[in-house]
Design a protein around this ligand. Sequence first.
Ligand SMILES: Cc1ncc(COP(=O)(O)O)c(C=O)c1O
Length: 299
Amino acid sequence: MNIFEELESNVRSYCRVFTDVFVRAKGSIMYSESGAEFIDFFAGAGALNYGHNNDYILEKVISYLQSDGPVHSLDMYTGAKQTFLKRFSELILEPRGLDYKVQFCGPTGTNAVEAALKVARKIKKRHSVFSFMGSYHGLSLGSLAVTANLNNRAAAYLPLSNTAFMPYPHGFMSTFDSIQFIDTVLKDSHSGTEKPAAIIVETVQAEGGVIVPRRKKEARRRCLGEHGIPGEDEVLRDAVVDEHVSERLPDIAVCQHVLGHEAEAKPQHVDEPRRDENDGVRDDQQLDCRRQRSGPERV
Ligand SMILES: Cc1ncc(COP(=O)(O)O)c(C=O)c1O
């Protein structure tokens, strides 16, 4: 029995699939202790968009540590945070005319989702949240309550309440007008569904595949705009704003794992799905492949 099996709790996930012990990682390659090389398609679920141990980042981190820069400060002001906020404003907010405030939370996606839900409930003074079938927002209790996977939910052994799951245009419902449905639910005084504090939307559903919603822009305008309900979970995206599809920006953009900026790291161009005149990805272009997430692949 290895030390992981012997001492680590059963709360383990990816290591059950990728059983090698990884000892080195550089760029897109991970090396296991047996000397095998793997291309890391998983990339920390989007946290490693610059690759493992990117030289530029390494140099900055090492020089910060060597200068005795504070590595723990709760939420006190630090020079590092000051520099980050200035750069974030210059690179992300100002060029787009965004007047967002930045809330720093813990380093996981679920922390950010929890924070967003809390802010939305506080501002709107409402308890429920609309989420979508197929969505994944994390495993802490608040985020789990808006996560659709029934196995994940069952593991909480608690009632996960205050969420209404809306149909997501997928599978046999791929032509279903979810927006019209939500619109009706929100407007109809006999819908039996109270107005939510937020609608939480994954820009692209990425759990078990990549599912691009139709008419994303319209959804924002009509549901989030008209009804004044905040929400968006962009946790796996590498930029704050999805400029190709955003018209009306969400009141809260959840952003975790990694931040990117085109000028410094332009993503490789991927064939863009064709879009219809409204904005949406055409039905026939939906990347509709609910399958296991990809991970490290042996070279
Ligand atoms: C859209 C989305 N929200 C939230 C999360 C939760 O992030 P974390 O696992 O860092 O808590 C994930 C993780 O995959 C995600 O895909």
